[in-house]
Each structure stands twice: as C-alpha cells, then as structure tokens.
Design a protein around this ligand. Structure first.
Ligand SMILES: [Zn+2]
Length: 728
C-alpha cells in the first residue's frame, strides 16, 4: 500500500501541510462507502473516458500529466478508484485459498493504485494550487474517505487473514523487510479498530467520519481566515521601515485584491509576522500582530473555536473507544517517543530554561526601548523589531544586508543542489519539457553519482493565495522495487513573489527552509526499499524531521555558502565578515524561538491529553490556562501557533505530534556533530548517511538505523548546547 493511500486510509494525513514534514502531504479526500452503490459514482459512470487518473502517467517516472488534469476529473476518478480498491480488498478478504504473505499482504500493497494516483495529485494540489471547486470537493470527500478507510480496516475477514499470518510469522521465513511489513499491517489494523465489537465499530465509523469533516473544515477556515485577515494600509508613510521592493509588493498585493491606492500586508501562518521586524510604526505592528493572533477566534464564518473543541472531544472519545487514556497516548504509541510520559518529561524539562532565556532576552530588548525613551513595556509586536536592532548592534548586520546575496536560483542550484552533489555525487538538470501546474514551478531531473537518471524533483517556491502557508515536501511517485517506481518529489516554499522584473531575494530563514525541505526530498529520493509502505519519509512523525534538519547545516557550511551566496548584481561572494556574523548570530534569540515552539507543543499535548469529560467549553480560556500551567505564559512570546489557527494539530497529521521537531532535533544535533567530527562535506560522509539512514525509509526500526549511522545511542546534550539551554 502506497504511503499516500495509507495516510488516507489511516486518516492521519494532513488536511493542511502547514508543517515542513514530508508526511504532511495532504490527503483530504477519498471516495464513497460501498463499492458500486453510490450516487456520486453512478453520476460519473461513463465519464472516465479520457480521465488521466485511469492509468499510470506515460510521462517519465510517471510524472503527473498536469496539463491533462482538470477539476472535473477528480470526483469520477475518486469514485472509480475507491470502487476498484473496494473490490480488490473484498477479493483479498474472501479468497478461498489459505492466507499467504503473497495473497494477502503483498496483494494489499498492490491494491488501490488508481485511488492512490488521484488522491496523491488531488491532495498535493489542494495544498499547492487550490481552487474553490477543489475545496468543495475536498469537503465533500472527507467523510467518504473516512468511510472507505473503515471499510478496509474494519473488514473482519481481512483482519482474520492478517492475524493468522501474524501469529504464524516465525514460521513464514520472511526476509526482514517483509516481516516488518506483516507486523506493520497487523498493528495498523489493530490501531484502526479491527478488534472492536461490531457495535463499537459502528461508533468508530461515525467518529471517523465526523473527524474527517471537521479537520477539513478547520484547515479550510485557516486558509480563508488568513487571506481575509490581510492588513490594508492606507498610506505609504505608515510603511516606514520596509524596503522599496516590499512596499511595491504590498501595493501589488492591494492591486490584485482590487484595492486602489492602498497597500496590503498578507499574513503568514505563524503568530509572528515577518514585517513586525521592520515596521517602525508601532501601532501598525500592533494591528498586524493582533490580526494574526485573533485569527479564527473573533466570530464570523471562519471561526475555529468550536471546531477545535469538537475535534478534541471526538478524538478523546475515539481514544477511549480504542482503549487508550487519551488521543495523545494513542498517537504516541506509534512514534519513537512511545508515551505521553516521555513527551511531557522532555517538554517539561526544557520549558523553564527556555522561558528564563526568553525573559533575559526581553530584558535586553526593554533596555533598548528605554534607552530610546520609548516609554512603553515590551509587547509581543515589539519583539522582532527590537530584536533586529539588537542583532544590528551585536552583530552589526541585518537581514536586508544579507538578502542581495541570497537570490533564489543561486540558493537552489548553487547552494542546495551543490551541497547534495558534494555529499552524494548527484547532479541536476532542469527539464522544461514537462508540464507544470503553475508557471513559476520548475522541474529538475536528478542523476546518480554513476550518471544514471534516478528521479524528478519539483521546485514550487513562491507564495500565492491558492497555496497553503508554510513549507513542505511531498512525493508524487514513491520509490518501490515491488513496483519498479522511482521518486518524483516536490518541495513547496512560500517565498513572496517580487514585483515584475525584480530578482527574488531570500531572507536567511527562507534559505534555511530551502535546505530543510530538500533534506526531506533527499529522504524520498534516496529511498531504497521494496514496499511502498516503507518508502522514503514513511517513518514516524518524530523521526521524519531529523534528516531535513540535518540538511540545514549545509546552508552555513563555508564551502557551500561561498558557492551560492553571491551578490545578485555583481556575483561578488558574500564577505567573510558577514558569514562570521551569521554563524555567531546562530544562538541569538534562541530563548524566543524555543519558548514559542515549546508553548505550541505543550498546547498540542494539553488539548490531546484530555479525556472526553475534560474537554473545555471555552477554547481560549483553556489555552490561557494550559500555557499558564505549563509555565510558558509569557506574554511577549506567544505560542508559535494559537489553537484556532494551529493547522498542524487540528487540520491534520501532527495532532499530539508537534513536539516531533524538537524530538528529531536531538538526532539532528548528534548527526551534525558526527559530520563535523568526520570532515564535513564529502562523499564518504554523504554516502554513509545515505546508506545507513536515508535509503532505509521505514523498512527498519528508525532508531536502529540512527545507531548504525552514529555508532551509539543519541545524547541530548548537543541539542541543549545548540539551543542555549546548557553551557558548552
Ligand atoms: Zn520538515
């Protein structure tokens, strides 16, 4: 079973890939309940002629024929794909022959290909390039998807076959990857409710359907609310502090919205908004910040307060039904963390130190305000602004000095790709002959060190209203030797489109994100497994961020930096003095960064460690109490996401899993140490990382692959030192 299909079936796919994660591919949709019986389906009979999803794409690597795909193709392809998958599942379950690994488990891996094709493209494009018709279809399909999931996993005969195989697993003499696949299937079925009574299965189905609809509603609300909350500014004078290019972009954004002689500042996903760092007008900063934090909680049609509460309650009820103390306990069991105790312990231990650091940083910022006779107390909307001033005075540079050295094409081709070439020997060639779904999207073919063509890479870098916020990776085609498929991997960023004729100059954060997402891409590209179920980034959530975070290290690696960080006008290499400053500034503002992240992670855990009876009636009051109780209620540093726009956890696949970034960072920090100890950027190191870790996907215990790579158990110290939580 392909990862994408599995995500759909297990209902764990993100309806909003607001995160960085590969497993954050969306999967908001799937077809109808009983094969051959639904209205949706009948309506579309005979409409499949010419539907590009009926067979694998004929393009290289089965790259999707984006130019052939129309809105009208999705619904009939989903119906038919689900019908076919349903029939395949019934045939496997009702097979008269005794169950074998081949006729049951492998047969399931092979089933559902059409459904997989359409859902992969649909979910990717609802995230990257959506339209109202797709949004409607997405809502319509969400509960049907959940029903289809239940139809597979609550099929008693099918589970019987898998159970029999599982019980006899010692005698089957399977190779390690196959044995793991059988165990995985068994676990997936049990976790999906296969052992419940018929009555409880009915309850579960109803919960799953409601959860699917609400999750989709939540993330659609976030997207619409974020677009609707853009700040309209009347005069250029108010925009003091922004660059001419930024002002031009704001004017352009206003024009696009049909506003004459105005300026529009669009919001990004996170609580903090980029322009808070440069706007000198404090009132406007406050307006911007308040528009951001009030998203989804000030009434109106996109309000998410009740949606969040309902999601928390239904998840708690489902966990109870499945025999778990709460939703987090259910989710974490399948992660490398395993228990809520382990996660609470880590978050609880780090929070006080992080908040202390943030308080110390706040005191420094207050000193600047006082020295300038500001006459006010530092507020959340002042943080980035005075932090920039402090950065300037401490390290004597600011982001605007760096940006001319970070031109997008340079960053990607001479930075991100260059590092990968140095480490793994792979090379890149742009393909302009393949269709794209948006003119700004680029496609590259990737060749392995021996010169053999190995994959396609889609670079979708620009922000637009039709795209979810954040950055993420997804696989259009996953590597599998069972299918003989090679990867087609996409990276998505949200870099503001510059005014026509202007170069795309990145902030250093955006540069780092480009490296990060490509780390996920490498995980997909280097996958070398048999079963699609284990391909690439199909690993636990709290492990998936590890390779991507490791890849960030190359953004500031001197040899890489000198290759890509060249002034866009005269190709001058970034001065060493600036490089030193970037490196020195790495630990700067870590109290803030760690606190806002921990606050969001703790919030996530609080919402998902509730029993049904404990679910609150007032979402914002609950949030405030949870932050206070966890000791992270420090007003100048609000959580990175507040509950009502926290799509990671309410819209999709990171529920009870937002801690995963920091958890993965333990392994990341260890691995960065390893690369440094072993000579850094070279083929030997890259090949070892690829062989021991990146190629394995989920085909073995991820912590075992880490130990094989690193040669020992992970220690937390490198992370604590990096985050300024422990002295070097
Ligand atoms: Zn990521």
């Amino acid at each position: 079973m392909n990862k994408h299909l599995l995500l759909i079936l297990l209902g764990t796919a993100l309806a909003n890939p607001a995160s960085h994660a590969a497993s954050a591919t969306t999967a908001t949709a799937t077809p109808t309940a009983e094969p051959g019986s639904t209205v949706l389906q009948k309506k579309h009979v005979g409409k499949l002629a010419g539907n590009p999803f009926t067979s694998a794409s004929k393009l290289p690597y089965q790259y999707p024929a984006f130019d052939q795909i129309k809105n009208a193709h999705y619904a009939p392809a989903f119906s038919e794909g689900m019908r076919l998958h349903g029939l395949e599942i019934v045939a496997i379950a009702n097979n008269h022959a005794a169950p074998t690994f081949e006729n049951t488990v492998i047969a399931m891996e092979r089933a559902g290909q059409m459904l997989n094709r359409v859902s992969t493209v649909f979910s990717s494009l609802t995230a990257a390039n959506t339209n109202p018709e797709m949004e409607n279809l997405s809502r319509e399909l969400a509960p049907k998807l959940a029903a289809h999931q239940d139809q597979v996993f609550l099929n008693a005969r099918l589970f019987q076959r898998i159970s029999k195989l599982y019980e006899a697993r010692q005698a089957l003499q399977l190779d390690a990857e196959s044995a793991r696949l059988l165990e995985r299937y068994y676990t997936d079925f049990v976790r999906a409710g296969a052992k419940l009574s018929d009555k409880d299965k009915q309850k579960l189905k109803s919960l799953n359907a409601q959860l699917a609809s609400l999750g989709t509603q939540f993330s659609q609300n976030v997207l619409k609310e974020t677009n609707a909350s853009a700040i309209i500014v009347d005069s250029k004078a108010e925009l003091q502090g922004l660059s001419e290019e930024e002002i031009a972009s704001a004017a352009e954004a206003a024009k696009t919205r049909g506003l004459k002689d105005k300026f529009v500042i669009p919001l990004v996903n996170t609580t903090g908004q980029p322009f808070e760092a440069s706007l000198t007008n404090r009132a406007l900063r406050q307006r911007l910040h308040e528009a951001s934090v009030n998203r989804g909680s000030h009434g109106g049609e996109f309000d998410n307060r009740q949606v969040a509460i309902d999601l928390a309650r239904l998840r708690a009820e489902r966990a109870t039904l499945l025999g778990y103390a709460n939703h987090a306990a259910y989710g974490l069991e399948d992660e490398t963390a395993k228990t809520t105790t382990a996660v609470n312990k880590m978050l609880g231990e780090l929070a006080p130190a992080a908040v202390n650091n943030a308080r110390a940083e706040a005191a420094e910022l207050q000193k600047i305000i006082d020295a300038q006779q500001g006459g006010f107390k530092l507020a959340a909307w002042d943080w980035a602004f005075y932090t920039e001033q402090l950065r300037k005075s401490k390290y004597s540079f600011d982001d605007s000095q760096l940006r001319p050295y970070f031109e997008l094409k340079n960053v990607l081709e001479n930075g991100v790709f260059f590092a990968a070439t140095k480490l793994y020997g792979i090379t890149f060639k742009e393909r302009t002959d393949l269709p794209v779904y948006h003119p700004s999207v680029k496609v590259y073919e990737i060749f392995d060190a021996d010169g053999k063509s190995m994959a396609l890479f889609i670079a979708d870098m620009y922000a637009r209203d039709t795209k979810r916020g954040g950055a993420w990776m997804n696989a259009y085609v996953e590597q599998s030797s069972l299918f003989g498929t090679h990867p087609v991997i996409a990276n998505h960023l949200n870099i503001p489109q510059p005014p026509a004729g202007q170069p795309t100059l990145l902030t250093f954060d955006e540069v780092r994100t480009a490296f990060h997402e490509f780390g996920h891409a490498l995980h997909g590209l280097f996958s070398n497994v048999k079963y699609p179920r284990f391909s690439g980034t199909n690993v636990p959530r709290d492990f998936v961020e590890y390779p991507s975070q490791v890849n960030e290290m190359w953004a500031t690696w001197p040899e890489v930096l000198k290759n890509y960080a060249r002034h866009y006008q005269n190709s001058e290499v970034i001065p060493q003095s600036l490089v030193d400053k970037i490196t020195a500034a790495n630990k700067f503002n870590q109290g803030f960064a760690t606190t806002e992240y921990l606050a969001a992670s703790l919030l996530d855990q609080r919402w998902h460690q509730l029993t049904p009876a404990q679910v609150p009636k007032d979402a914002l009051a609950f949030e405030a109490a949870a932050l206070k109780q966890a000791g992270v209620d420090f007003a100048p540093v609000p959580p990175r996401y507040r509950s009502t726009y926290f799509s990671h956890i309410f819209g999709g696949g990171y529920s009870a899993g937002y801690y995963a970034y920091l958890w993965s960072e333990v392994l990341d920090a260890e691995s960065v140490e390893w690369f440094k100890e072993n000579g850094g950027l070279n083929r030997k190191n890259g090949d070892w990382f690829r062989q021991q870790l990146l190629s394995k996907g989920g085909s073995m215990d991820p912590l075992l692959s880490f130990r094989n790579f690193r040669g020992r158990e992970p220690r937390i110290d490198p992370l604590l030192i990096r985050r300024g939580l422990k002295a070097e």
